[in-house]
Structures are given as C-alpha cells and as structure tokens.
Design a protein around this ligand. Structure first.
Ligand SMILES: [Zn+2]
Length: 300
C-alpha cells in the first residue's frame, strides 16, 4: 500500500458548528477509534451538525472512497461515549449504507480508510514529535487503532467492519516506511564515508601542488643558468679560435636545455592536471551535499 501525496487534498472539509468541544483539554490525540455509520454516510454531516444528535466524528469514509472531515484534529469530537477517550482520540466513521453487519463494504472504502489512518499517523508525528511516534509493530497498532465497542460494551460498533484488514494495511505502510528509512540511513552512512575519503585526499592536494611548484621554480632557475652558460660559451668561441670543441660543448648544452624545456612543460601539465582534480573534488563535494540534503528531506 502506498500513500498518494494527494490524500490531504482528497479530504473534503465539511466542518460542523455544534456537537464538538474546542481543544482537547490537556490531552493529545494518540489513538484512532473506528466506527460504522449504521446509516447512510452521505447523511453524516447533517446528522452531526444538528443539535439533537449530540454526537460527531472527525472523519467519514464513504463506500466510494470519498473522505469527509467534520471536526478539526485539534478539537474533541463526541464519538466514543467516553470523555477521556474522546479527548485522546480521532474518530472515523465508515459508511455501511445502513447495513452495519453485512459485508457490503467496498475496496475503495478500505483503501481510503487505510490511507487516511496512515496520513493521520504522519500528521500526529509532525504535530507531536516528542510524544507520538509510530512503529511497524502489532503492539503499536493494537494501542493506536481502537474500536467503539471497546469503550461502550453495550455497542457492537463498528460491527462488520474488517478491523484486521485495516490494521494489516496500516502495518504494511509502516513496514515499508521503516525499510525506506533504513535504506536512507545506510546510504547516508556510505555517503559520509565517501565524503571523508574525498576530504582526506583533497587535504594532500595543496602539499603536492606546493612540491610541484617548487620543482617547477628550481627547473626554471636551472634552465636560466644553462642559458647564461650557453651565452658565456658563445663569447668564448668568439674570443678563442677553438671552434670545433666549443661547437661540441654548445651542441650538448643546447640538447640539455631542450630536455629541460620538455621537463618544464611536463611539470606545467601536471600542475594543470592537479588544478583540474582539485576543481573536480570541489564540484563532487557540492553535488554530494545537494544529494545529501535531498535524502535528508525525504526521511520521515
Ligand atoms: Zn461507533
């Protein structure tokens, strides 16, 4: 079961003006109470909004999957027949077309009901991060999903509604969510490991860069001194007459300087490469950071 993002937009608000209490006293909602309409779901609003009914519920789920809301989550609806439970719970009425004991309930009713409960779990977690946290366990579900007859033993409500089917759907959602979060956690851990490695390698870059640049400077100095030696030899060649041996010296010096020139350019290329690597690391780190933020935002 996956919860479509549009669930919030699918809830049709039909807020009533009577039969509920503003606020929840000192309680926070931490359970859902399931009901069956024992009537026509389409009459929910009019019934809850008429003073003589003296009853209400937060939500109604229709046989076609439509979801209606009559009371805000922050307020107390009159549905459980028990004031303390009303203050601590969210009431949901499931349509039964006035056949509470029959199996006329549809797939749409069940899937919308399950989606609504999953949505409410995440709303409560957001609203009360310090006191409400769902877990994918039967223990959590048995505390969280309750039925009307638990609190008023003379009632059969929610009668033929398949509670196990609803619990199973919510449990599947919670399990999937938990495994997604675990996956994200492990990606996050690996991500930090890679980032550490990148930081480690990039910490060497300035040192390597410095060494290369020192070598480069030394090479340039050496090259300059060779050139001046060359000039000196040319002068000697003019002042003396030993042309042949001087010519040889000059040739060898010329070769030497060509070789040094090549080395010089090689080093220069290495420096350029190093700068490119440096830049690449920098970009990679930026991408990682953006990716990480995305992941963290997805985590519930
Ligand atoms: Zn009921």
């Amino acid at each position: 079961m996956s919860r479509p993002k549009s669930i919030k937009n699918r809830i049709i608000k039909k807020l009533i003006s009577v039969n509920f209490t503003k606020g929840r006293g000192d309680k926070i909602p931490h359970m859902i109470v399931l009901h069956t309409t024992d009537g026509f779901g389409k009459n929910n609003f009019n019934w809850f909004n008429s003073p003589q009914s003296q009853s209400s519920s937060h939500f109604g789920v229709m046989l076609d999957g439509t979801i209606e809301q009559y009371v805000e989550i922050d307020d107390t609806a009159w549905h459980a027949g028990n004031w303390a439970i009303n203050q601590a719970s969210i009431g949901i009425e499931f349509d039964d077309n006035k056949n509470p004991n029959d199996s006329i309930r549809t797939n749409e009713l069940y899937s919308s009901g399950i989606e609504l409960i999953c949505f409410l779990i995440e709303e409560l977690e957001k609203k009360y991060p310090n006191s409400f946290k769902a877990s994918a366990t039967n223990d959590f579900l048995s505390h969280f999903i309750r039925v009307h007859r638990e609190f008023v033993p003379t009632k059969t409500c929610p009668a033929g509604l398949d509670i196990d089917r609803i619990k199973k759907g919510v449990l599947e959602f919670l399990k999937k969510r938990e495994s997604n979060n675990n996956n994200i956690d492990s990606i996050e851990t690996r991500f930090f490991e890679i980032e550490k490695k990148i930081n480690y390698f990039s910490s060497f870059l300035p040192t390597i860069e410095q060494i290369l640049s020192d070598q480069n400077n030394k090479l340039a100095e050496f090259k300059n001194s060779l050139f001046s030696l060359q000039d000196f030899v040319y002068e000697k060649c003019i002042k003396t007459s030993d042309f042949e041996s001087l010519k040889l010296v000059v040739e060898s010096l010329k070769n030497e300087s060509e070789f040094l020139k090549k080395e010089f350019y090689l080093l220069k290329d290495s420096l350029d490469l190093l700068n490119k690597i440096n830049f690449f690391f920098f970009k990679l780190k930026e991408v990682f950071k953006r990716f990480l933020n995305k992941i963290l935002n997805k985590k519930v």
